[in-house]
Design a protein around this ligand. Structure first.
Ligand code: PEP
Ligand code: MG
Length: 751
């Protein structure tokens, strides 16, 4: 082994350091190539970025090539080895470039003396960003392993390099006036609960150009260029500190989540435009607002959805500079206790807000089961989902009361409303007493044992799960690290996360659900070709079967991490027996491979299916003969049975867990499992709703997996249920044929 690359790929701290040290974008890229050249032990490392206007690759950073070539050397797509890597989207590896017919020394960079050459295209999904290349004077220097390692390094850096490319392309902003939004007169809005809890605080609206009122600090008449520069430096320091905090707190999803903002602060064009306006006499606050406004509109005009979403990062940077210039509070504290109102949020936004101790969030799109809501629950952020666009016109700094138990939102609430709310809060403190009364085992009133497990999205959820005595993990939503990072986590990275999960459960059962992406859980970095119907598209187990490499890495990581533990693997959205068999055989193949490699792994892992797609009901017996267990994902089962998008607020009123068809479907699955002595559990949101627990107990379900915060409530609910009476109740419910009848019966059930 001539180099130590493992550290480079796994050590996020290393990448963060690159940001800290760089004075500007060019310096940042220079740091990156220097570091890679060092670790890969090569003389040359270069980055070429593709310019969409000129359709040329431009050399943007290089270690080891002639100084002065940066920004000047341009290559056509398909030209030379670098151009070929870009055009054909493949790694190009040559041991002796002189012998290669396509090798042409690039004029002006002095690269004739390097024999070995390795280039990897930089891609995000279908989006071509550029090429990263290595060169060495030694002949036949690069092995296959080097190609893989270099590919992994390149993919780690995609987000950063893509942002650099965008900022380079925005050289001279055109300045439009900042548009002020009209304040609203809304007083009350009813929404739906995405994550329980409550908050009362000043509002911050996430809307383009709503950069808030700027007040010049007391005692100062005007602000100067120096004030602006100080604010920029302070903002950068704060962003670095927040990035460090995220690395320590959230091991499983750590990514360079503040990198986009840090890069903007290193962008000479953006800061230069602000400074130029200030020098011409514009007050610094107006200069910041004008330039940020222009950048936001540029991002908004982008066709690529993923890139468009970066406008929120631009707004965030603007807001932070303004906050630091105003000097009233530290910009790290600008979200503390506040209520953020946003049309949409990315998972990384929710993470950032959580780190900055936001009070609560009002979201205008994405249903209560969308993954942003799920994440908010994991991060303990009260969240209400509401379809009311006028909320975006609430003036920043208005007092908003968010009642995340009822889904109520009050804007500038009256004293009476605040008083009533505080009273209610006091009575809710009873939950604490219930927590203390939690038992180690859950039983019905007639002594039947029921197992309560936790749904885990982030490793951070484990604390609550353990505090509330979860008997294991019934659903680990393994996609969250995939969703929140900038790229696919490697097998090793997944191993570290899964091992942490398994170890912290100390011998208790853990069920891994394999990657469940697609639908509303899109991987922004994977493929930006929009599907017309993502919920019916290449998602869940279909995605894994199609993307064999990704699936295999995940399965290997699970099997390895659980070598000494009681684990189960289940596949999401199984729609046929065939699909299950294909996926299961892939697990077996991975186990065989690990065995022949002599690595420790778990050979006795149980393999099961999630029941979420209606087609599987008709073949439930056949599936039971193949699968070792079932887990009913009621969220998707309802969505697909009733053809109601679970993330669409406009159809939320048609989403009926108590629809007779849904209840009967669940009963059929339970019967099928019991007939074949298969373990069965419910892991969708019905498992945390006391309204449906008597029915589920009544049809024989004895295992539930739920958001750990609901464990005390559900244990208490089950303790009040007699299984005999629940059976009679379930039979009566199953006899009803309309939604209104089942609703009435559920409303009047007494246990
Ligand atoms: C479900 O669909 O009920 C489920 C548990 O999976 P998810 O909510 O993650 O889709
Ligand atoms: Mg599901």
């Amino acid at each position: 082994m001539k180099r130590d690359n493992s550290k480079l790929i796994s050590d996020i701290g290393e990448l963060t350091a690159l940001f800290t040290d760089a004075a500007n974008l060019d310096a940042l890229l220079a740091n990156i190539v220097k570091m890679i050249a060092f670790y890969m032990k090569v003389e040359v490392c270069s980055v070429y970025l593709f310019d969409d206007d000129t359709q040329m690759l431009t050399l943007r950073a290089a270690k080891g090539l002639r100084a002065g070539s940066i920004g000047k050397v341009r290559i056509k797509s398909g030209e030379g080895l670098t151009g070929i890597a870009f055009k054909e989207l493949r790694a190009v590896c040559e041991g002796d470039t002189a012998r290669h017919p396509d090798f042409r020394p690039v004029p002006g960079i002095n690269d004739e003396k390097y024999c070995s050459f390795l280039a990897i295209p930089i891609l995000r999904g279908q989006n071509r960003i550029g090429v990263m290349a290595l060169q060495s004077v030694k002949r036949d220097y690069f092995s296959n392993e080097d190609v893989n390692i270099f590919r992994a390094i390149t993919s780690q850096l995609v987000t950063t390099i893509e942002m650099a490319k965008l900022l380079f392309s925005f050289d001279h902003p055109r300045l439009d006036p900042v548009v002020d939004l009209k304040p609203t007169r809304l007083k009350f809005v009813k929404g739906r609960v995405g994550a329980v809890g409550s908050a009362m605080g000043d509002s911050i609206v996430f809307a383009p150009l709503a950069l808030g009122d700027f007040k010049v600090p007391k005692g100062r008449k005007v602000l100067t260029l120096d004030d602006f520069r100080r604010a920029v430096a302070l903002t950068e320091k704060e962003l670095h500190e927040m990035q460090k905090a995220v690395e320590e707190k959230l091991l499983d999803v750590v990514a360079l989540i503040f990198s986009a903002q840090i890069m903007m602060l290193k962008d000479r064009a953006m800061l230069g435009a602000m400074e130029a306006l200030i020098v011409k006499g514009s007050p610094p606050q107006d200069a910041v607002r004008a330039v940020i406004g222009e950048y936001v509109s540029r991002f908004e005009r982008m066709t690529n959805e993923y890139v468009r979403e970066k406008r929120y990062d631009v707004i965030d940077v603007g807001r932070r500079i303004l906050t630091n210039m105003a000097g009233r509070i530290d910009s790290r504290d600008q979200y503390v206790g506040k209520v953020v109102i946003a049309r949409e949020l990315l998972p990384s936004d929710i993470m950032k807000l959580s780190l900055q101790k936001v009070g609560g969030v009002v979201l205008l799109s994405g249903g209560v089961t969308s993954h942003v809501a799920v994440l908010a629950r994991s991060l303990n952020i009260p969240l209400v989902v509401v379809d009311e666009p006028r909320l975006l016109t609430v003036t920043d700094g208005s007092c908003v009361l968010l009642d995340g138990a009822m889904g109520n939102i009050f804007i500038e609430p009256s004293e009476a409303v605040v008083r009533a709310f505080r009273e209610k809060e006091k009575s809710r403190a009873d939950v604490k007493r219930i927590q203390k009364a939690l038992l180690n085992e859950t039983r019905t009133s007639d002594g039947v044992r029921v197992t309560l497990l936790a749904n885990i999205n982030l490793l951070a959820d484990l604390d609550v799960a353990k505090a509330f005595k979860a008997e294991g993990v019934g659903l680990y939503r393994s996609e969250f690290p995939f969703l929140l990072r900038g790229d696919f986590p490697s097998e090793e990275e997944q191993y570290v996360i899964y091992r942490r999960l398994v170890e912290s459960m100390k011998g208790r059962e853990v069920t891994f659900r394999t990657l469940d992406v697609g639908g509303d859980k899109m991987l922004s970095y994977y493929d930006n070709t929009r599907e017309a119907n993502p919920f019916l598209g290449l998602r869940s187990i279909r995605f894994s079967i199609k993307n064999r490499d990704i699936f295999i890495h995940q399965i290997r990581a699970i099997l390895r991490a659980s070598f000494d533990a009681d684990v189960r693997i289940m596949f999401p959205m199984i729609s046929s027996v065939d699909e299950f068999v294909v996926a299961r055989d892939m697990v077996r193949e991975c186990a065989r491979a690990l065995k022949s490699e002599g690595r420790p792994y778990q050979p006795r892992v149980k393999i099961g299916a999630m029941i979420e797609v209606p087609s599987i009901l008709e073949v439930i017996d056949e599936l039971a003969s193949q699968a070792e267990f079932f887990s009913i994902g009621t969220n998707d089962l309802i969505q697909y049975m009733l053809a109601v998008d679970r993330t669409n607020e406009k159809v939320a009123e048609f989403y009926f867990p108590h629809h007779p068809a849904v209840l009967r479907a669940i009963k059929r699955v339970a019967d099928g499992a019991l007939r074949h002595q298969r373990d069965i559990s419910v892991c969708g949101d019905m498992a945390h709703d006391p309204r449906y627990i008597p029915f589920l107990i009544g049809i024989g379900i004895r295992k539930f997996s739920l958001d750990a915060r609901y464990l005390p409530r559900i244990q208490q609910c089950i303790a009040g249920i007699d299984t005999g009476k629940a059976g009679v109740f379930a039979a009566e419910l199953l006899g009803k044929s309309s939604v209104s009848e089942t609703a009435r019966l559920l409303d009047h059930a007494v246990f």
